[in-house]
Design a protein around this ligand. Structure first.
Ligand SMILES: Cc1cc2nc3c(=O)[nH]c(=O)nc-3n(C[C@H](O)[C@H](O)[C@H](O)COP(=O)(O)O)c2cc1C
Length: 375
C-alpha cells in the first residue's frame, strides 16, 4: 500500500491530538471537552493490537454522531483486513429506541466515516450487511482492500459536531441545498423557516419533546447517559456532558459540581428542558426531513451513511444540523406523521438546520479505539 508519509503523519497526528490535546490539566471551572482527554492506558484495554493506520481509521469512524452519544458500536477484528461492526447490547436505548433503529443509523454514520478515512489511506472498505434484524450483534462485515489513495479533507470529520445554539435566521441557499441533497437521491426535504410546514414541524418537535420528558422510563434512560461531573466524563468518555449539551459558563460549573444526574427526574428540570428546546426549535433556517426507501437493516445503514455524508458537507459550509428525534420516538408523533403523509413516506431523521457565524470546536467525548474493539 502506498501512503504518502507526510500526509500519513499529518493524519495520525491529527487523530492523536483528539486523544491527547494540549490540556491534560483540566480546570475545575470548565467542562471536559474532547481535546482535554489525557493519554493514559484505559483500564478495560482490549488485547487486540492494531497498526497505526487501522487504529486511525477506527478513531475517525468513532467521531460519528449517535443518540445520547451512546456510541453503540463494537468492532470485531478477525484479521487486519477483516472486521465486523456490531451493535453493543450494553449500549441500547430501549426506552427511546426500542427497535434499535437509531443504533443502526448511528452505525451507518460510523461506517461512512470508516470508509472515508480508509480511502485516504489507500484502502477501500467493502461492506456487506450481515444482520437480518436489528438485535443481532453482528451488523456489517468490512473488508479492507488496497485501492487508490483518495484525497478527502478529514478535518470535516474531526471538526463536525451537533451544534445546538447560535443558528442564524436566514434560509438555506439554493446552492447549499443542492450540495446537502446530493447524497440522498431525492430522499431529503427542506422546509424553510417561516412556512406553515416548518412551523408545524417545530411545534411537533416541541410537543413530542414534552411528551418524552414526562415519560419516566425515557427520562431515566437519559439520566443514565448524563456525565455531569468531569470525573465521570473522563472515566466513561461517552454520553452527554455539560459541554456537549452546551450548558456553559456559571450554569455549566454549577451543574458539574452540584447537580446529580438523578436531579433530572425532578419536574423543574424536565420543564427547563422543554422550555429550552422550545426556544431552540424556533431558531434557525427551518427543518430537513430525511426518509428511507424501506425499513430493512440495509436501508437504515445506508440512510445513516448518507446522513453522515451530508453533515460533513454541512460542516464545510458552516451549516449546523441538530437531530430532534423525539418526534420519531413518541407514538403520538409517529401517528401524526402517518396521518398526514403517504404510507411509503418513511421518516428517519427530523433535523433542525441553520447557518452559523462561527462553527465551534467539537466537544463531545469518544471512547478510545481499544475500548470498542475485540477479537
Ligand atoms: C440517530 C440519532 C439521533 C439523535 N437525536 C438527537 C436528539 O434528539 N437531540 C439532540 O440534541 N441530538 C441528537 N443527536 C445528536 C447526538 O446527541 C450527538 O451526535 C452526540 O451527542 C455526539 O455529539 P456530536 O454529534 O457533537 O459528536 C442524535 C444523533 C443520532 C445519530
Amino acid at each position: 500500500m502506498k501512503i504518502n508519509r507526510r500526509s500519513f503523519l499529518k493524519k495520525t497526528l491529527a487523530v492523536g491530538s483528539l486523544l491527547t490535546g494540549g490540556g491534560s490539566i483540566i480546570s475545575a471551572c470548565s467542562g471536559i471537552i474532547r481535546s482535554d482527554m489525557p493519554v493514559r492506558k484505559p483500564a478495560n484495554q482490549s488485547a487486540v493490537q492494531l497498526d497505526a493506520v487501522r487504529n486511525a481509521i477506527l478513531c475517525y469512524a468513532s467521531l460519528a454522531p449517535s443518540g445520547h452519544n451512546a456510541q453503540p458500536w463494537v468492532v470485531k477484528i478477525r484479521s487486519p483486513n477483516d472486521w465486523i461492526i456490531g451493535a453493543d447490547p450494553q449500549r441500547r436505548l430501549p426506552a427511546v429506541d426500542p427497535n434499535n433503529r437509531e443504533a443502526m443509523l448511528s452505525i451507518g454514520a460510523f461506517a461512512e466515516n470508516l470508509a472515508i478515512a480508509a480511502s485516504t489511506f489507500g484502502l477501500k472498505a467493502e461492506m456487506a450487511v450481515l444482520a437480518q434484524d436489528p438485535f443481532e450483534k453482528d451488523i456489517l462485515q468490512v473488508s479492507l482492500v488496497q485501492a487508490r489513495l483518495e484525497d478527502y479533507p478529514l478535518q470535516r470529520i474531526t471538526g463536525r459536531m451537533t451544534v445546538k445554539h447560535g443558528y442564524l435566521p436566514g434560509r438555506i441557499g439554493k446552492e447549499d441545498l443542492q450540495v446537502l441533497s446530493k447524497p440522498f437521491n431525492g430522499r431529503i426535504f427542506y422546509f424553510p423557516r417561516g412556512t406553515a410546514h416548518a412551523d408545524c414541524i417545530a411545534e411537533g418537535a416541541i410537543e413530542n419533546f414534552r411528551r418524552q420528558s414526562q415519560r419516566d422510563d425515557a427520562q431515566q434512560e437519559l439520566v443514565q447517559w448524563l456525565r455531569l461531573s468531569n470525573r465521570e466524563a473522563e472515566r466513561r468518555r461517552d454520553g452527554l456532558t455539560t459541554e456537549g449539551m452546551e450548558i456553559r459558563g456559571f450554569k455549566g460549573w454549577f451543574v458539574r459540581n452540584f447537580v446529580q444526574p438523578q436531579d433530572f427526574m425532578k419536574p423543574g428540570y424536565r420543564r427547563q428542558g422543554v422550555d429550552h428546546t422550545a426556544k431552540l426549535a424556533r431558531q434557525g433556517a427551518g427543518w430537513l426531513v430525511i426518509t428511507s426507501e424501506g425499513r430493512t437493516i440495509a436501508d437504515l445503514i445506508e440512510t445513516g451513511r448518507r446522513f453522515e455524508r451530508m453533515t460533513l458537507l454541512a460542516r464545510e459550509r458552516s451549516i449546523a444540523i441538530q437531530p430532534m428525534t423525539q418526534y420519531l420516538e413518541e407514538q403520538a408523533g409517529l401517528n401524526q406523521i402517518a396521518a398526514n403523509h403517504q404510507k411509503d413516506m418513511i421518516p428517519q431523521f427530523v433535523l433542525r438546520v441553520g447557518y452559523l457565524k462561527h462553527y465551534p470546536e467539537p466537544v463531545s467525548l469518544r471512547r478510545p479505539v481499544n475500548w470498542f474493539i475485540e477479537s
